[in-house]
Design a protein around this ligand. Structure first.
Ligand code: GLC
Length: 535
């Protein structure tokens, strides 16, 4: 490939700012807390870029994904000066900063929406998606909110409905209005002027809807309640083809600043029809640098799923498009809870040895688990107060030490979400000194990837292997590595004739070599990265 860019060769680490480190004693993490941990990010983990979930002023109906001012910092998280200090600290160590760009909706308290709802003839009326009621006063169509219930809210004062794809406190912007586009592009410029290197575009493919606002057809495969989001197919409330022109223009805004230093966009796009997903790179690779690939997050953890996802993604993208993988984020159950602690190690080895940019979710490097949250402590509005629902479990405080509150906040302060009961064992302090810990494994994989052009950027070649295993090679400039993963809790044998093993990294961190590759015996839940001699 031509000279790789930082977002191609690097590894991204997602931080949920509320939960990283609280330095001002309110039980909520802040930007200064992240700055304090830049040493950890750079020296211990050695990630290349940090993505921050929203820290903008917000009523926090959806914990910052309801923005009331795109160009400032919520006082809970600090100030613009704190943000500048964090950016400088990261840049000073050669790291990049990616921020969330919540594009589909604002908060209902954003001044734009306050104006928009004030009267039908307000100049900002058309900045949001307003529609008349049906003849019987019912909502304009059958669109549903992703967070449950209908996607339309009737505004008493003006008698029309506004669209909210998420909470009613998150009205959808009307991206067909050029003034909205211009205002939102200025937001990008504001942050790039401050040194931001990249944007994670929230709910990206939702921004462009059917202009005729037709009803969505029913989903024939759905078995649950008839008014759920999944009870419908969604051809009309997202992903309208006009979106590609919008993203081309968005890309050109990023490009305005890229001569200075390369900027990038990674977009949340929940599409599993791979050719459609790949279309978001742009037909001339002139749209989103990387649509997030969520293929490994859902579906059963089997060798078949992994092979199908990787082969489909590799097959769907153009030769110069760069893939990416993700195993956890603030919206899904934690990796170690989904797969168990042993397979979480195998999965991390997969993530950090595939061809494509990996994004790691904070705490997954320790094997943090979902934390059961008592009903009275539930926070996430998407959970509707139902135990076991919502996304609090995967957003709990980062576990730094074995001390009170895992070192997340001062001892006399209650953290905004409970700290995991396993924090006395599963934390940075303990795991740094344990040569077999998940943190040690993650750091060793990151360091291997960093030192190897083949692992970071090389070609990907799948190898046939027994069911329950995934085997592939990575190769660049005569350097070659073989990755053999056992996705089961039984031993598995793979036959790799004609290859001579060199140095080895095992997920168990207890062997540095193997006897041979023909056969190679993988122990239960074991993954191996093996250098191939004389390649
Ligand atoms: C995205 C975010 C999620 C948020 C939603 C609404 O899916 O990842 O956390 O609730 O958008 O902004």
């Amino acid at each position: 490939m031509t000279q790789p860019l930082w977002w191609q060769s690097g590894v991204v680490y997602q931080i949920y700012p509320r939960s990283y480190l609280d330095t001002d004693g309110d039980g909520i993490g802040n930007i200064a807390g992240i700055t304090e941990k830049v040493g950890y990010l750079h020296d211990v983990l050695r990630v290349d870029a940090v993505w921050l979930s929203p820290f903008f002023p917000s009523p926090m109906a959806d914990f910052g994904y309801d923005v009331s001012n795109y160009v400032d910092v919520d006082p809970q998280f600090g100030s613009l000066a704190d943000f500048d200090a964090l950016t400088a600290a990261l840049h000073g160590r050669g790291m990049k900063i990616i921020i969330d760009y919540v594009i589909n909706h604002t908060s209902d308290r954003h001044p734009w929406f306050v104006e928009s709802r004030s009267s039908r003839d307000n100049p900002r009326r058309d900045w949001y998606v307003w529609a008349d009621a049906g003849p019987d006063g019912s909502p304009p169509n059958n669109w549903q909110s992703i967070f449950g219930g209908g996607a339309w809210e009737r505004d008493e004062q003006t008698g029309q409905y506004y669209l909210h794809s998420f909470l009613k406190e998150q009205p959808d912007l009307n991206w067909r209005n050029p003034e909205v586009e211009a205002a939102m592009f200025d937001v990008l410029r504001f942050w790039m002027e401050r040194g931001v290197d990249g944007f994670r575009i929230d709910a990206a493919h939702l921004i462009m809807k059917d202009p005729a606002m037709r009803n969505n057809p029913p989903n024939p495969a759905h078995t649950g309640a008839p008014d759920e989001y999944d009870a419908f197919l969604h051809p009309h409330d997202k992903g309208h083809e006009d979106i590609h022109a919008t993203f081309r223009r968005l890309r050109s805004v990023l490009d305005e600043y890229s001569e200075q230093s390369p900027r990038m966009a990674v977009a949340e796009i929940h599409i599993f029809d791979w050719p459609v997903w790949a279309s978001y790179y742009g037909s001339d690779l002139d749209e989103i640098h990387m649509p997030f690939n969520f293929g490994l997050l859902f579906g059963p953890w089997t060798s078949e799923t992994v092979r199908t996802v990787v082969d489909s993604v590799e097959g769907a993208i153009q030769p110069d498009a760069w893939p990416n993988y993700v195993l956890g984020n603030h919206d899904v159950s934690r990796l170690a809870s989904r797969l168990g602690t042993e397979q979480a190690r195998v999965a991390t080895m997969l993530l950090l040895t595939l061809r494509g940019t990996p994004t790691l979710y904070y705490g997954d490097e320790l094997g943090m688990q979902d934390v059961p949250i008592p009903v009275e402590k539930l926070q996430d509005p998407a959970g509707h107060g139902v135990p076991g629902q919502g996304r609090d479990a995967e957003r709990t405080p980062m576990q730094w030490t074995s001390g009170p509150h895992a070192g997340f906040c001062p001892p006399n302060v209650e953290p905004w979400l409970p700290v995991s009961a396993d924090a006395d064992r599963v934390n940075v302090e303990v795991e740094r000194n344990d040569p077999r810990s998940m943190l040690t494994l993650t750091a060793r994989l990151l360091s291997l990837r960093r030192s190897s052009p083949a692992l970071a950027l090389g070609a990907y070649r799948p190898r046939e292997s027994e069911d329950g295993t995934v085997v592939y090679e990575r190769e660049a400039d005569g350097e070659s590595w073989l990755i053999a993963l056992n996705l089961t809790s039984d031993p598995r044998t793979v036959l790799l004739p004609g290859t001579k093993p060199g140095q080895v990294l095992s997920t168990h961190l207890d062997r540095e070599s193997v006897d041979g590759l023909d056969p190679l015996v993988l122990r239960p839940n074991e993954g191996l990265v093996i250098q191939i001699e004389g390649a």
